[in-house]
Ligand binder design. Structure first.
Ligand SMILES: [Zn+2]
Length: 167
Protein backbone atom coordinates (compact mmCIF):
# COMPACT_ATOMS: atom_id res chain seq x y z
CA UNK A 1 0.00 0.00 0.00
CA UNK A 2 1.06 3.53 -0.67
CA UNK A 3 0.91 6.63 1.40
CA UNK A 4 -1.96 9.06 1.08
CA UNK A 5 -0.33 11.13 -1.63
CA UNK A 6 -0.27 8.34 -4.23
CA UNK A 7 -3.46 6.85 -5.60
CA UNK A 8 -3.73 3.08 -5.52
CA UNK A 9 -6.84 0.97 -5.94
CA UNK A 10 -7.58 -2.43 -4.43
CA UNK A 11 -7.09 -3.91 -7.90
CA UNK A 12 -3.64 -2.32 -8.15
CA UNK A 13 -2.71 -3.58 -4.69
CA UNK A 14 -3.74 -7.11 -5.69
CA UNK A 15 -1.63 -6.93 -8.85
CA UNK A 16 1.34 -5.53 -6.90
CA UNK A 17 1.21 -8.37 -4.41
CA UNK A 18 0.92 -10.93 -7.21
CA UNK A 19 4.01 -9.41 -8.88
CA UNK A 20 5.95 -9.52 -5.66
CA UNK A 21 5.17 -13.13 -4.83
CA UNK A 22 5.69 -14.42 -8.34
CA UNK A 23 7.97 -17.44 -8.38
CA UNK A 24 8.18 -17.49 -4.60
CA UNK A 25 5.84 -20.43 -4.15
CA UNK A 26 3.42 -18.39 -2.05
CA UNK A 27 -0.28 -19.15 -2.43
CA UNK A 28 -2.89 -17.16 -0.53
CA UNK A 29 -5.72 -19.27 -1.94
CA UNK A 30 -4.80 -22.91 -1.38
CA UNK A 31 -8.33 -24.04 -2.26
CA UNK A 32 -8.40 -22.16 -5.50
CA UNK A 33 -6.46 -22.05 -8.73
CA UNK A 34 -5.85 -18.36 -8.23
CA UNK A 35 -2.89 -17.28 -6.11
CA UNK A 36 -4.61 -14.21 -4.71
CA UNK A 37 -8.16 -13.02 -5.17
CA UNK A 38 -9.24 -9.40 -5.26
CA UNK A 39 -11.88 -10.30 -2.72
CA UNK A 40 -9.24 -11.52 -0.26
CA UNK A 41 -7.35 -8.25 -0.63
CA UNK A 42 -10.56 -6.27 -0.12
CA UNK A 43 -11.44 -8.21 3.01
CA UNK A 44 -7.94 -7.62 4.37
CA UNK A 45 -8.15 -3.91 3.55
CA UNK A 46 -11.45 -3.62 5.41
CA UNK A 47 -9.94 -5.43 8.38
CA UNK A 48 -7.06 -2.96 8.40
CA UNK A 49 -9.56 -0.14 8.02
CA UNK A 50 -11.61 -1.35 10.98
CA UNK A 51 -8.41 -1.39 13.06
CA UNK A 52 -7.62 2.14 11.83
CA UNK A 53 -4.51 0.95 9.99
CA UNK A 54 -5.81 1.82 6.54
CA UNK A 55 -7.95 4.54 5.05
CA UNK A 56 -9.66 5.03 1.74
CA UNK A 57 -11.47 7.61 -0.30
CA UNK A 58 -13.91 6.71 -3.00
CA UNK A 59 -14.56 8.42 -6.26
CA UNK A 60 -17.36 7.68 -8.68
CA UNK A 61 -16.19 6.65 -12.08
CA UNK A 62 -18.16 8.93 -14.41
CA UNK A 63 -18.20 6.46 -17.29
CA UNK A 64 -19.29 3.34 -15.38
CA UNK A 65 -21.01 4.88 -12.37
CA UNK A 66 -19.08 2.53 -10.08
CA UNK A 67 -17.08 3.67 -7.11
CA UNK A 68 -13.31 3.47 -7.24
CA UNK A 69 -11.61 3.04 -3.89
CA UNK A 70 -8.19 4.53 -3.31
CA UNK A 71 -6.41 3.10 -0.31
CA UNK A 72 -3.50 4.15 1.81
CA UNK A 73 -1.94 2.78 4.94
CA UNK A 74 -1.77 4.33 8.38
CA UNK A 75 0.90 1.97 9.68
CA UNK A 76 2.58 4.84 11.53
CA UNK A 77 -0.29 4.55 13.99
CA UNK A 78 0.39 0.87 14.74
CA UNK A 79 2.41 1.45 17.89
CA UNK A 80 -0.13 3.91 19.24
CA UNK A 81 -2.99 1.53 18.49
CA UNK A 82 -1.25 -1.40 20.19
CA UNK A 83 -0.49 0.70 23.27
CA UNK A 84 -4.13 1.75 23.40
CA UNK A 85 -5.22 -1.90 23.09
CA UNK A 86 -2.92 -2.89 25.93
CA UNK A 87 -4.37 -0.12 28.08
CA UNK A 88 -7.91 -1.22 27.28
CA UNK A 89 -7.11 -4.81 28.17
CA UNK A 90 -5.53 -3.72 31.44
CA UNK A 91 -8.63 -1.70 32.35
CA UNK A 92 -10.85 -4.71 31.62
CA UNK A 93 -8.67 -7.07 33.67
CA UNK A 94 -8.54 -4.67 36.60
CA UNK A 95 -12.30 -4.12 36.52
CA UNK A 96 -12.88 -7.85 36.56
CA UNK A 97 -10.30 -8.32 39.31
CA UNK A 98 -11.96 -5.67 41.42
CA UNK A 99 -15.31 -7.29 40.81
CA UNK A 100 -14.01 -10.71 41.86
CA UNK A 101 -12.34 -9.26 44.93
CA UNK A 102 -15.47 -7.38 45.97
CA UNK A 103 -17.93 -10.12 45.24
CA UNK A 104 -18.00 -13.68 46.18
CA UNK A 105 -20.49 -16.06 44.76
CA UNK A 106 -22.58 -19.01 45.75
CA UNK A 107 -22.75 -22.11 43.61
CA UNK A 108 -24.65 -25.38 43.87
CA UNK A 109 -22.33 -28.26 44.70
CA UNK A 110 -24.79 -30.75 43.22
CA UNK A 111 -25.17 -29.08 39.84
CA UNK A 112 -21.50 -28.14 39.92
CA UNK A 113 -21.96 -25.63 37.14
CA UNK A 114 -19.51 -22.79 37.65
CA UNK A 115 -21.42 -20.65 35.19
CA UNK A 116 -24.49 -20.59 37.38
CA UNK A 117 -23.61 -18.50 40.36
CA UNK A 118 -25.40 -16.15 42.68
CA UNK A 119 -24.17 -13.17 44.61
CA UNK A 120 -24.99 -12.89 48.26
CA UNK A 121 -28.27 -11.03 47.79
CA UNK A 122 -29.49 -13.52 45.22
CA UNK A 123 -28.44 -16.52 47.32
CA UNK A 124 -30.15 -14.95 50.32
CA UNK A 125 -33.37 -14.51 48.34
CA UNK A 126 -33.16 -18.20 47.37
CA UNK A 127 -32.69 -19.19 51.00
CA UNK A 128 -29.33 -20.63 49.89
CA UNK A 129 -31.17 -23.33 47.97
CA UNK A 130 -30.43 -24.16 44.34
CA UNK A 131 -33.48 -23.34 42.18
CA UNK A 132 -32.54 -26.23 39.89
CA UNK A 133 -32.19 -29.15 42.25
CA UNK A 134 -32.85 -27.81 45.73
CA UNK A 135 -29.29 -28.50 46.85
CA UNK A 136 -27.54 -26.07 49.12
CA UNK A 137 -25.69 -23.09 47.70
CA UNK A 138 -22.17 -22.76 49.02
CA UNK A 139 -19.73 -19.91 48.82
CA UNK A 140 -17.34 -20.31 45.95
CA UNK A 141 -13.66 -19.82 46.38
CA UNK A 142 -12.66 -17.41 43.64
CA UNK A 143 -9.04 -17.20 44.72
CA UNK A 144 -8.00 -19.12 41.61
CA UNK A 145 -9.70 -16.59 39.34
CA UNK A 146 -8.12 -13.74 41.28
CA UNK A 147 -4.64 -15.27 40.95
CA UNK A 148 -5.23 -15.89 37.25
CA UNK A 149 -6.33 -12.30 36.67
CA UNK A 150 -3.38 -10.90 38.59
CA UNK A 151 -1.01 -12.97 36.45
CA UNK A 152 -2.72 -11.69 33.32
CA UNK A 153 -2.29 -8.08 34.46
CA UNK A 154 1.45 -8.62 34.98
CA UNK A 155 1.80 -10.43 31.66
CA UNK A 156 -0.01 -7.62 29.87
CA UNK A 157 2.25 -5.01 31.46
CA UNK A 158 5.33 -6.98 30.44
CA UNK A 159 4.26 -7.26 26.80
CA UNK A 160 6.71 -5.20 24.84
CA UNK A 161 5.43 -3.18 21.97
CA UNK A 162 8.22 -2.47 19.53
CA UNK A 163 7.65 -1.84 15.88
CA UNK A 164 10.37 -2.71 13.45
CA UNK A 165 9.93 -0.12 10.72
CA UNK A 166 11.30 -1.38 7.45
CA UNK A 167 10.66 0.85 4.51
ZN1 LIG B 1 -28.33 -27.52 42.03
Amino acid sequence: MNSESQDITDEDITENIKDRIEGKNIDFEPDDSEILKLNTVRKTLYKLYSEKLAQFRRIRDKSTGWFIYYWWHEFDLLEEILIEKRKRLERKLRDRLQFEENNYFFVCKNCNDQNIKYNFDEAFELNFRCPNCGGSLEAQDNQKIITFLKEKVVLNQKTKIAIDRKT
